[in-house]
Design a protein around this ligand. Structure first.
Ligand code: PXG
Length: 465
């Protein structure tokens, strides 16, 4: 196979990278001093870097390569569509076959209230569409003052102005004068942060955390609240899996005040949690669903919003022109790849594979990591998992922030050939859905080895209690 690996040396790639490429969420100067790792090819659940080192990708790229790397059906779909019709827009009363067929297939695989889709190029753009759409909905219904969208601290909804505002990342809000007006936040349903210190069981805490939504609706005034948005499981926030009581109570509160419910399924969608969509795993019925990532398994960019009947009927029957859209809304190549990807998920039975086989198998393996001296908690939902690293396992004491224990562990992962993300003191994974039991064993052995190396560092540095 010809690859780009040998076109330049690693040093040459790194020098050109440092000279010209500003990476997302990166300290530019620090990276330029250190040099990027250059990833040159991939197959199945493995990556190779420019030094020829093999790495097990336990993060599916960036939570997106659900069908794994190297799927020929997706490559063929892109090549065929590029030859036949690489681009045409959907603005001026036109459409292309792949976009129509994908809309039809999405209506089939999503929950029954979804019969319509609005396409974007990414998850961030999808969430911008959500804000425009919920405000438009209330406007058409003669309640233009219903503008406020309620979100949560430590949520991630993207990096555009609306996406970053909806998100609850303090570091993002600190740059660029965010959030924009009309977006407010409540606490996250993270038991370790709020529930455990208050002496609540997880299920008790789920109801308390959902109650924060009701309190915020009453504070803002129900007549001013357009929607509530949340990720079924917070991904970038550190795989925060809410108590089972949380989402049904959120649903009840939204219903009570007529507030629209938006599920951001950018990470949880397309099989990640063991159902097609996270809202099915947690038992709620959203009015809108944002998607991206897994819709194409990341092979090409595509995002969008599934529009539930409650909203679609108003916008279609009474809305007139909706002044919103992107050049790449319904991009034919992206839609062709998404079609091939979703059909492959169906053919391989990947949702069932996660639900019945590798999801429970990962849960079992993760539970065994609880015996490790550094691991205070180990949780999974489908093929998402998080290990909480604690200083004192018995007491669940966190490490002081200055220790940056997650970054220490991530460094070991990098060197040992497994990609995990560190979010504070949570080590998280979301491997491709095609992963096998044997590969889960391989991944867990690598993770345990990295935990051991981190423990040795902690003992040497006197970080343990
Ligand atoms: N919603 C959710 C729930 C996401 O996870 C977006 C929206 C934005 O999608 P786009 O396609 O605009 O990036 C995301 C993206 C991380 C990380 O560090 C997570 C994301 C993006 C970048 C980094 O875990 N999720």
């Amino acid at each position: 196979m010809t690859t780009r690996t040998n076109e330049r040396t690693t040093e040459q790639w790194q020098a050109a990278d440092a000279a010209h490429f500003l990476h997302p969420f990166t300290d530019f100067k620090a990276l330029a001093g250190k040099g990027s790792r250059i990833i040159t090819r991939a197959d199945n659940i493995y990556l190779w870097d420019s030094e020829g080192r093999k790495v097990l990708d336990a993060m599916s790229g960036l939570w997106c390569v659900n069908v794994g790397y190297g799927q020929q059906a997706l490559v063929d779909a892109a090549a065929r569509q590029m030859r036949e019709l690489p681009f045409y827009n959907a603005f001026f009363q036109t459409a292309t076959p792949p976009a129509i067929e994908l809309a039809e297939l999405l209506a089939e695989v999503t929950p029954p209230q979804f019969q319509h889709v609005f396409f974007s190029g990414s998850g961030s753009e999808g969430n911008d569409t959500v804000v425009r759409m919920v405000r438009r909905y209330w406007d058409v219904l003669g309640q233009p003052q219903r503008q406020v969208v309620i979100s949560r601290q430590n949520a991630y909804h993207g990096s555009t102005m609306a996406g970053a505002s909806l998100g609850g990342m303090a570091g993002m809000h600190a740059q660029g004068g965010l959030p924009i007006p009309g977006i407010v936040h409540i606490g996250q349903p993270y038991w370790w942060e709020h529930g455990r210190p208050a002496g609540l069981t997880r299920d008790e805490f789920g109801l308390v955390a959902a109650g924060w939504l009701e309190a915020k609706i009453l504070e803002v005034g129900p007549e001013n609240v357009a929607a509530f948005i949340g990720e079924p499981v917070q991904g970038a926030g550190g795989v925060i899996i809410p108590p089972a009581t949380y989402w049904p109570e959120i649903q009840r509160i939204c219903d009570r005040y007529g507030v629209l419910l938006v599920s951001d399924e950018v990470i949880c969608g397309f099989g990640r949690t063991g159902h097609w969509f996270g809202c099915e795993t947690f038992g709620f019925r959203p009015d809108l669903m944002t998607f991206a990532k897994g819709v194409t398994s990341g092979y090409v960019p595509l995002g969008g919003v599934m529009v539930g009947d409650r909203i679609a009927r108003v916008l279609i029957d009474e809305g007139g022109e909706f002044n919103h859209g992107y050049t790449y809304s319904g991009h034919p190549v992206a839609c062709a790849v998404a079609l091939a990807n979703i059909r492959l998920i169906q053919q391989l039975g990947l949702v069932q594979h996660v639900h019945d086989d590798v999801g429970p198998y990962l849960a079992e393996g993760f539970a065994k990591l609880r015996d490790h001296p550094l691991v205070g908690d180990a949780e999974t939902c489908g093929l998402m998992g998080a290990l909480l690293l604690t200083q004192d396992k018995a007491l669940g004491t966190p490490f002081p922030e200055a220790v940056e224990i997650g970054m220490v562990c991530r460094g070991h992962c990098f060197r040992e050939g497994v990609i995990m993300r560190a979010v504070g003191d949570r080590m998280i994974i979301a491997p491709p859905l095609v992963i096998t039991r044997a590969q889960i064993d391989e991944m867990l052995a690598l993770i345990r080895r990295c935990l051991d190396l981190t423990l040795a560092d902690a003992q040497r540095q006197g970080w343990l209690r």
